[in-house]
Structures are given as C-alpha cells and as structure tokens.
Design a protein around this ligand. Structure first.
Ligand code: SAM
Ligand code: SF4
Length: 337
C-alpha cells in the first residue's frame, strides 16, 4: 500500500538538529546462540503476547518511512528465528520499489541463512551483515556457547549464491580472537566480503567479565597501520563505524568504536524493540511505547509518539567499559545491534 510522504513537511528531527533517517527494527529478542559478550546462558525472553505482530512491525516501519526514514535494518536477537520474517521483509521491501526507502538490510548469525537467503534477496534486501567472530570451530563453539561454524559458513555461502553482499561483523575479544584479525581480513578480501570490527559494549549482564575481553580498536588500528596502508573512506553512516580501504588486500574495513571514539554528534538512528519500545539511544534507558500507541490510537497516535521520541533523544551515550555495572541493563539482543 502507498504511504504518504510527510518527510519534507514533518521530518523526524531532534533538539540538536539531527535528522533520523535510519531505523533498526528488532523482530525478536530470542536467539538460537548465546554469544558470551551478548547474552547470559540462561535468558528470560519476552512473553510472546508482548511481541508485536509482523503486521504491527510493518505499520511501525511505514510510519517511520512516511517521516523520512530511508534505511531500515531488521535485527534481533536472531531475526531468522522469527517465523514469517521474510514476509515482513517483503512487506517493507515494497517501499524500495516506490523509492520511499533506499535500503533494507538484515543482521544475522547465519545459522538459518541457507534456508532463507533466496527469499531475502527476493524481498529487495541486497546486503546482510553476518556475525562471525572466529573461523576456528572450537573458538566459535566457545564464544557462541553451542554454535556450529560450518552452518554459519554454509549460510554465508548461500547468501552469496543468492546474490546478497555480505559484511562480516567481528567483535574484537582480547585473548580469544585478536590473533585472528589479520587472517579474517585476508579471508574476507579473498571471498569479497566487507569486514567490520566491533568493540564490546557494556550492555546487559553476562557471565564472566566483559572488561577482561575488551580490546580497544584504536590500538588494533595502530598495529594495522604498521602492516598495511589504510586509506580512510569519507563515507559515514551516521553511526559509530569509520571505514578504510586496505590497499594491499583490496578490503573495505570498518571499525565500530563506541568506547574509544564518540560518534554521537552525527547520530541519525533510533531503535525499536520486538515489543514496540522505541529507544532513542543505545546507551540510555529512556524509551516510549509505540505498541500501546498503535493498539489504542492507530497510526495517528503512533505518528504523534514519534515526535515525542524526537524531543527525548539524548545528545550522547555515556558508555564506560570500566564501570562496575553495565551502562544499560538491557542486552544488545533486546534493542538489536
Ligand atoms: N543475532 C544477530 C547477529 O548476531 O548478527 C543480530 C543481532 S546481534 C545483537 C547484532 C550485532 O551485535 C552482532 O554483530 C553482535 O556481534 C553484536 N553484539 C552483541 N552484543 C554486543 C556487545 N555487548 N558489544 C558489542 N557488540 C555486540
Ligand atoms: Fe544471538 Fe546475535 Fe547475540 Fe550472538 S550476538 S547471542 S547471535 S543475538
């Protein structure tokens, strides 16, 4: 269905003049893995009745598109454990054809990608971000607690076969995968994938100490500069990633450094959870309930709440990895990566 274009008259802009053009929509908080930096082994997930239906998710996505959001990422939890998620991608993907949306992407652990890659490509998705912190089967099992590396690699291969571009997300973990960074760069270059390295963020309680595994990427960048030619790319995405081209490998490398570099001044995004809560900043607990607005007042109430959300978007996050408590209590899997 066509949606009204209100982006010029009523763009989503916050108190600091930043325009929100990017939405991360978490379709489930559940996951079939338990990556140690992301989740505790035993997790309490949302009761199903609290989770938005796929149609409600579509309505929310469309309310954002009508107000000028140009890029949407489906995430989670693991988006592909949500039954019918490819149908949601198809419903949102229609707005790519009409020109109201520039890009629809998905972040996935790829355990189920082999079964869904073709449908995702068909919905209009052109690129998937796949989490792959290591290419050693044992380390992979350790980090994910029970994941099977071969399955993830099969998922990645299926994505490429379906014509999807792949960006690998690798969380840098001191003493676990730091020695694999350069081999991962070489592998991605040879496979034609982009690579993004991510600093661990203090979100949600996990067993073990995240601080012990925290690897500041500014140090990694300096080491890479000794070995390779890093050409900075001007492209910014409005998020914490900065990009380089590694001349010797022909690799596009991103570094996500929320802790060593503050990126908030150019922030262009908000996040919506699977239960319809809008978070204006990954590093703050403030949120509003889009689900109740939609269920009680329909699309008009939803639209009004987007303005309230904009008025509440904070200027910056307050992450600190060395604090005793996580910066925010909810896990990354709730708000989506
Ligand atoms: N399950 C999907 C996946 O793993 O790609 C999508 C959701 S996951 C929360 C999205 C991204 O967030 C992944 O790349 C994951 O590695 C990253 N992530 C999760 N917890 C994190 C944390 N505490 N700090 C930094 N990155 C984290
Ligand atoms: Fe699941 Fe992704 Fe979190 Fe790993 S990082 S536990 S795959 S949501």
């Amino acid at each position: 269905m066509a949606i009204p274009d209100m982006s010029a008259a009523r763009p989503l802009a916050d108190r600091f003049g930043r325009q929100v053009t990017y939405l991360r929509l978490s379709v489930t908080d559940r996951c079939d893995l338990r990556c140690r930096y992301c989740m505790a082994e035993k997790m309490e997930f949302l009761p199903r009745r609290e989770v938005l239906s796929l149609e409600e998710m579509r309505d929310i996505a469309e309310a954002f598109i009508a107000r000028g959001v140009r890029r949407i990422r489906l995430t989670g939890g693991e988006p592909l454990v949500r039954r019918g998620v490819t149908g949601l991608a198809r419903m949102i993907g229609r707005h790519l054809e009409s020109g109201m949306l520039d890009e629809l992407t998905m972040t996935t652990n790829a355990t189920r990608l082999a079964d869904h890659a073709a449908e995702l490509a068909d919905s209009g998705i052109r690129r998937v971000n796949v989490s792959l912190d290591t290419r050693h089967a044992e380390t992979f099992r350790h980090i994910t607690r029970w994941g099977d590396l071969d399955r993830t690699l099969e998922g990645i291969a299926a994505a490429r076969a379906a014509g999807l571009r792949v960006k690998i997300n690798m969380v840098a973990l001191r003493g676990l995968n730091d020695s694999e960074i350069v081999p991962m760069m070489r592998w991605c270059a040879s496979e034609g994938h982009d690579l993004t390295l991510i600093e661990t963020m203090p979100l949600g309680q996990v067993e073990g100490d995240r601080q012990d595994r925290y690897l500041p990427l500014d140090a990694v960048q300096r080491e890479l500069e000794d070995r390779f030619t890093l050409i900075p790319l001007i492209e910014r995405t409005g998020g914490p990633a900065r990009y380089w081209r590694i001349e010797e490998l022909g690799l596009r490398l991103g570094l996500i450094t929320p802790l060593t570099n503050n990126f908030c001044a150019g922030c262009n995004r908000v996040r919506v959870t699977a239960s319809g809560k809008i978070y204006m900043c990954l590093g703050h607990d403030d949120h509003l309930d889009l689900k109740s607005a939609l269920r009680t007042g329909g699309r008009e109430a939803l639209d009004g709440l987007l303005d309230e959300a904009m008025a509440l978007k904070p200027e910056r996050h307050q992450f600190a990895i060395h604090a005793a408590e996580p910066a925010v209590k909810r896990h990354m899997s709730v708000t989506g990566g």
